[in-house]
Ligand binder design. Structure first.
Ligand code: NAD
Ligand code: TYD
Length: 363
């Protein structure tokens, strides 16, 4: 069987669901169920004997040891993290705790478990660490895209804590020979993404008649990858990646934030038009920028294509349509998430932002 940490979150849940669609190898999902973890994401697996769930904090060594002893996984896919840059600006402590201390605790537990394996089980074992392109810092408009040898230059508490975790993973390979794999991926979007992140936030706000908040002038650039493509990349790295190696994963799809939001509005205008006939783009609002906002991320994903034959299957157009259709069909999931803690976040984070930059974008 395999362990998936953070499997109740956005990418982890997509991975678990995809994994069990592809094969019958059992999965144990390990998740603390923070505000971002949601068992509803895995509801379709209820009663499925191939899936089990353990509510556990990755900082809890004793709990991890007990799970390794009981389940003896052949691989660990480590998704669990605090993942939202804006939250890391408001409160960096949780990011250091989960992303650095938690990954360290995972590595120690894995090292103890792996050291006790012999023969083929030891040879075949893998620890796959899921990381981000944000560890490489910010690019200028004409800079070459991030490759696996780009020096680390993280700028936010989130990316710094992920960079710390990447360094620990690397060190456990070099020092102890632990068979690790690391992926550094660009911005994901798709089903089950928590609506604090740009794309689901814009879809949910648009349908709710709320402002669509764009930080600064909207010219920051991200590379966007459909989450299902990230999952196929991770499966390829797990199956064929060389231990100790890093693989950058991206969509060959750089877009400014303004283009992303305008494209979302166009697709929504087409498939779920506003009752008054106006475009959702009339809801676009430019708000105060994020401090230290990285200008541009771009991924050079040639290594994973060359070595493992992986390329994204979705275009931005097909991926966005699937995503919007999923959110339209899953209004109840969105409604449940947008109650409680989420409201508190939105009020704290967006309050006073509009007032600072009230310029509205016309349709
Ligand atoms: P997410 O915030 O949606 O989910 C994170 C999950 O981890 C949640 O289920 C949460 O409950 C769990 N978790 C948090 N702290 C935990 C702890 N201490 N112990 C156990 N579980 C804990 O995040 P996501 O967007 O699915 O990202 C998953 C991974 O992929 C992260 O490591 C992130 O850095 C990385 N990543 C994300 C993106 C992206 O665009 N979302 C891009 C590249 C890489
Ligand atoms: P986000 O989804 O938070 O991912 P990341 O910061 O990890 O790249 O944000 C994507 C881009 O969208 C980023 O440049 C910040 C911007 N953004 C907005 O303009 N408005 C928003 O309300 C949010 C959440 C993000």
């Amino acid at each position: 069987m395999i362990f998936v940490t953070g499997g109740a979150g956005f990418i982890g849940a997509n991975f678990v669901l995809d994994w069990l669609k592809q094969n019958d190898e059992p999965v144990l999902t390990l998740d603390k169920l923070t505000y971002a973890g949601n068992l509803a994401n895995l509801a379709s697996l209820e009663g499925d004997a191939r899936h089990a769930f353990a509510q556990v904090d990755i900082c809890d060594r004793a709990a991890l040891d007990a799970l390794y002893a009981e389940h003896r996984p052949r691989a660990v896919l480590h998704f669990a993290a605090e993942s939202h840059v804006d939250r890391s600006i408001h409160g960096p402590g949780a990011f250091v705790q989960t992303n650095v201390v938690g990954t360290f605790t995972m590595l120690e537990a894995v090292r103890a478990y792996w050291s006790g394996l012999a023969g083929e089980a030891r040879e075949m074992f893998r620890f796959l660490h899921v990381s981000t392109d944000e560890v490489y810092g910010s690019l200028g408009p004409d800079d070459a895209a991030f490759s696996e040898v780009t020096p680390y230059a993280p700028n936010s508490p989130y990316s710094a804590s992920k960079a710390g975790s990447d360094h620990l993973v690397r060190a456990y390979h070099h020092t102890y020979g632990l068979p690790v794999l690391t992926t550094n991926c660009s911005n994901n979007y798709g089903p089950y993404q928590f609506p604090e992140k740009l794309i689901p936030l814009v879809i949910a706000n648009a349908l709710d008649g709320q402002p669509l908040p764009i930080y600064g002038d909207g010219s920051n650039v991200r590379d966007w990858l459909y989450v299902g493509d990230h999952c196929t990349a991770i499966r390829a790295v797990l199956a064929k990646g060389r231990p100790g190696e890093v693989y950058n994963v991206g969509g060959w799809n750089e877009q400014t934030n303004l283009t992303v939001v305008k494209t979302l509005c166009q697709v929504l205008d087409e498939i779920s038009p506003r009752s008054d006939g106006a475009s959702y783009a009339t809801q676009i609002t430019f708000v105060k920028d994020r401090p230290g906002h990285d200008r541009r991320y771009a991924i050079d994903a040639r290594k994973i294509e060359r070595e493992l034959g992986w390329r994204p299957a979705e275009t931005f157009e097909t991926g966005l349509r699937k995503t919007i259709e999923w959110y339209l069909a899953n209004g109840e999931w969105v409604r449940q998430i947008r109650s409680g803690e989420y409201q508190h976040w939105i009020e704290t984070h967006y309050r006073n932002r509009d007032a600072a930059h009230p310029a509205k974008e016309g349709a």
